[in-house]
Design a protein around this ligand. Structure first.
Ligand code: ADP
Length: 328
C-alpha cells in the first residue's frame, strides 16, 4: 500500500426499495489497493451495494467514505470511483478509441489530449491496434477490455466491476480473470468485483465479502473464508465443506479433511450413497445417522488402492483440529 491509496469504508449502509430491504446496515472497511470480491447468491444485495458505492443508486441510510471523506452524496464522476458494467454498455456507434475517451469528452478535455490518454489506456489493455473498430467488430473478451479501459481512463481510486466475466464463455472467463488480477496488481488501485461464483472469488480475491439476505455474513482473506467459514451458509455457499451436527453443536469440515475407513468405527458410521470420479479426486457421499449426508474428497490414487462402492458400510474419520464451530 502506498500513501496515495485511499480506503473505502461502508458505515451502516442501508438500501431500501419501497418495503424491500436490499442492503441492511452493512459495515466494512475494504483493504486499500486490494482485490475484493462481493460474493453471494442472486438477490442478496451485492449489486445494490456496488451501485451505491458508484453513486448510481443513493444510500437510504448510512455513509460511504473514501479516504475518510463522505462521498455518499457526490455524483458518480466526482467520487474517485469508476464502474465497469456486466454488459459493458459500450456505445455501438462510437469507435473503440472514442468509447474509451468518452468521459474525458464529457469533462471537456480537448480532442488531442483525449485521444492521447485513450491511446495510453488501450495500450494498457493491449488493444492499441483496434482503436478504429466499432464495438460489434470485437470479440467478447476484447469488448470487455475496452470497457475496462473506458472505466480506468478517469484514474479512479476504486474500480467497481459488476459480474464482469458472466458474459464470457468458460475458457475466456478463466483467461480474463487472470488478466483482471494482473491489471489490478499493476495499477495498485482497489478493485471491488461482484460475483455469485465462489471459484471466481477464491481465484481472484485478496478479500472475500460474503453476503446473504442483505447483510455481510463473513469477510476475510480467501483462505480464511474457505478454511474457517463462520456460518453454515458460508460453508455451504463457498463449497467443498460439510456441515455436521454433533452433540457439541454444528461444525464445518472440508470434504478433503474427511477420511473413510473400510473397517473400524471412525467418528461416525455410514453407508455410501454415491461415488463420483473427478479426475484428481474421487468424491464419495455417505449417509450417516440422522439422515445427514457427508462428502469425502479422496485423492484418486488413495481411493483406487482399495475402492468403495455404493452400499458399502464405512467409518468416517477426521482430525478434530479441522472442525470449525459454526455460529449460525
Ligand atoms: P444481487 O446483486 O445480490 O443479485 P440486488 O442488489 O440486485 O442483489 O438486489 C437485492 C434485492 O433488492 C432483491 O430483492 C431485488 O429484487 C431488490 N432490488 C434490486 N434493485 C431494485 C430496484 N431497482 N427496485 C426494487 N427492488 C430492487
Amino acid at each position: 500500500m502506498t500513501a496515495t491509496q485511499q480506503q473505502l469504508e461502508l458505515v451502516s449502509v442501508t438500501k431500501r426499495y419501497g418495503v424491500t430491504v436490499a442492503v441492511d446496515a452493512i459495515d466494512h472497511k475494504f483493504q486499500p489497493g486490494g482485490y475484493a470480491c462481493l460474493l453471494g447468491p442472486s438477490g442478496c444485495g451485492k449489486s445494490s451495494t456496488l451501485r451505491m458505492i458508484a453513486g448510481h443508486e443513493g444510500v437510504t441510510d448510512g455513509a460511504i467514505l473514501l479516504g475518510g471523506a463522505d462521498i455518499s452524496y457526490l455524483s458518480p464522476a466526482k467520487r474517485g470511483t469508476a464502474m465497469m458494467f456486466q454488459n459493458y454498455a459500450l456505445f455501438p456507434h462510437l469507435s473503440v478509441i472514442d468509447n474509451v475517451a468518452f468521459s474525458l469528452k464529457m469533462r471537456g478535455d480537448d480532442r488531442s489530449g483525449r485521444l492521447r490518454k485513450a491511446g495510453e489506456m488501450l495500450e494498457l489493455v493491449d488493444l492499441s491496434a483496434l482503436g478504429d473498430r466499432l464495438p460489434d467488430q470485437l470479440s467478447g473478451g476484447q469488448q470487455q477490455r475496452v470497457a475496462l479501459a473506458r472505466a480506468l481512463i478517469t484514474r479512479p481510486q476504486v474500480l467497481l466491476l459488476d459480474e464482469p466475466l458472466s458474459a464470457l464463455d468458460p475458457f475466456l472467463r478463466i483467461r480474463m480473470r487472470g488478466e483482471l488480477r494482473k491489471l489490478q496488481r499493476e495499477l495498485g488501485i482497489s478493485f471491488i468485483h461482484v460475483t455469485h461464483g465462489q471459484d471466481e472469488a477464491l481465484a481472484l480475491a485478496d478479500e472475500i465479502v460474503v453476503m446473504n439476505n442483505a447483510v455481510i455474513e463473513q469477510a476475510g482473506s480467501a483462505r480464511i473464508v474457505f478454511n474457517a467459514p463462520k456460518t453454515a451458509f458460508v460453508a455451504q455457499f463457498i463449497g467443498g465443506h460439510n456441515v455436521i451436527a454433533l452433540p457439541q453443536g454444528r461444525f464445518a469440515i472440508r470434504a478433503d479433511a474427511v477420511g473413510l475407513l473400510h473397517r473400524g468405527m471412525g467418528h461416525l458410521q455410514g453407508s455410501i450413497l454415491a461415488v463420483e470420479y473427478q479426475g484428481a479426486h474421487v468424491s464419495v457421499l455417505a449417509r450417516v445417522a440422522g439422515d445427514q449426508d457427508i462428502s469425502a474428497l479422496v485423492p484418486e490414487a488413495t481411493f483406487f488402492n482399495d475402492p468403495l462402492n455404493p452400499g458399502d458400510q464405512v467409518g468416517l474419520t477426521w482430525d478434530d483440529a479441522n472442525l470449525h464451530k459454526l455460529t449460525a
